[in-house]
Design a protein around this ligand. Structure first.
Ligand SMILES: [Zn+2]
Length: 435
């Protein structure tokens, strides 16, 4: 998740930065690009099989004819993986050509791959993806050691080794296409939900913020807070996951394009370090896991987990996963999960309202329950330690560019789809009326 700023009023003494979260679209693919897949090194020849000279190697592998054969240079498993990558490339092209095909594929075929991967990694209580990434240095050392040994051997064996390494990389590409890529190319979430997304005015933002604040007031008395500080999630992560899975079941009934699945959320062991990257969760498509940075404050955990679980269930685009996480959280029977959904989206809306109309923002801020104000203020304090990093600078630039690309008519503009969708949703379902 990449942080966005909500500006705090001067009276809080917090300066102008209460960040809220967003997740960078390509985080999971990028992280996973580094990861090796298990079992793919097997085609490599062992040291004792190595032949000292090219000619000897050819006669060994090619039999009496003494001529090198295709399979001396490429192991059949590597060849199969290259073929799969070729097929995946054609499939990816087809996703770009037709949103209907991408929708069909993601819902009926990609869902099967996602389900299988998620269920394979689900029995492990830890993040398999994180373990693979931790193991990368060992893998790299093994590759270097093997390369040194092989360099003295035949060209065919060297070639086989390189092909094996390349085929691992192509497997990552194939897995991405087979499981997740179609979800980026299909119809948008607002089309699926039948919501109308328009540019919104500051008054609409204020009305939405007030409507969300009102919903929060409805659950506040059931939420426990540390005095003048963060709210506290009253159960452990496993319990939270169970409740989110229950909420997802209701959402799947309402919106059949959401894939039904019950899985666990994986806490990231190095969550504290991960916070410096401003990433609060990652869906690793190659293991099918929803990974959660548990260093972030409690109120963000259910919402972030719902975001990652949304990816796992076929909602690829970041802002769509954000909005789906909101829909899932507010569907929950549990007040803390509903609270998490409302507060996180309120954060996005307030951030946009501050940039659209600071005076209107101040009105909403002053009218909000102090407990919610403390929640945001505590977040700002928490995040100070992590705020100044190169990653955050990059994400701010991307956000600014994005808003400019959207184009802005006077008095109205787009604040990113999660805010636009929240405004559209609040009008229809929360009775948000411009005051
Ligand atoms: Zn995401």
């Amino acid at each position: 998740m990449n942080e966005k700023e909500i500006s705090a009023p001067a009276e809080t003494g917090l300066g102008d930065g209460i960040p809220n979260s967003d997740i960078q679209p390509d985080v999971s693919p990028h992280i996973s690009e580094q990861a090796p897949q298990s079992g793919e090194v097997s085609p490599l020849p062992s040291a004792d099989e190595a032949q000292p000279q090219d000619a000897a190697q050819y006669s060994d592998a090619a039999g009496v004819a003494g001529k090198p054969q295709f399979w001396d240079f490429v192991h059949p498993v590597s060849f199969a993986l290259f073929t799969l990558a070729g097929f995946s490339a054609v499939l990816l092209f087809a996703f770009y050509q037709s949103a209907d095909f991408a929708d069909f594929y993601s819902r009926h075929i990609g869902s099967v791959f996602r389900f299988v991967l998620a269920k394979l990694s689900d029995p492990f209580p830890f993040s398999v993806a994180e373990t693979i990434i931790f193991s990368l240095p060992i893998f790299v050392c093994a590759v270097i050691a093997h390369t040194v040994r092989l360099s003295k051997q035949s060209a065919a064996k060297n070639c086989r080794f390189i092909m094996a390494l390349l085929s691992i990389l192509t497997l990552l590409f194939s897995l991405f296409v087979l499981t997740f890529a179609a979800a980026y190319r299909g119809s948008t979430l607002e089309e699926k939900l039948g919501l109308e997304r328009k540019y919104v005015s500051a008054a609409e933002l204020a009305a939405t913020a007030n409507a969300l604040a009102k919903q929060i007031e409805g659950v506040l008395d059931e939420v426990r807070f540390n005095y003048g500080s963060f709210s506290v999630m009253p159960y452990p992560l496993d319990e939270m996951t169970k409740k989110l899975n229950n909420a997802f079941e209701k959402v799947c009934e309402k919106y059949p394009f959401v894939q039904p699945m019950r899985t666990r959320v994986k806490p990231v062991v190095l969550s504290e370090l991960m916070t410096y990257t401003h990433i609060s969760g990652v869906y690793s498509y190659f293991t099918g896991e929803a990974n959660l940075n548990v260093n972030f404050p409690d109120y963000m955990l259910p919402y972030t987990a719902a975001h990652e679980l949304s990816h796992q269930r076929g909602i690829a685009r970041e802002d769509e996963a954000n909005f789906m996480a909101f829909l899932v959280c507010i569907e929950s029977d549990d007040p803390y999960i509903r609270y998490s959904g409302y507060v996180n989206v309120l954060g996005y809306v307030l951030s946009s309202l501050y940039s659209a109309d600071p005076a209107e923002y101040m009105k909403v801020w002053r009218a909000m329950d102090r407990r919610v104000v403390f929640e945001f203020a505590s977040y700002s304090e928490f995040f100070d330690k992590y705020r100044e990093s190169k990653v955050s600078k990059v994400s701010e630039t991307i956000n600014d560019t994005y808003l400019k690309i959207q184009g802005q008519a006077e008095g109205t503009r787009s604040y990113g789809r999660v805010v636009d969708l929240a405004v559209a949703y609040a009008k229809v379902h929360l009775g948000a009326a411009e005051g």
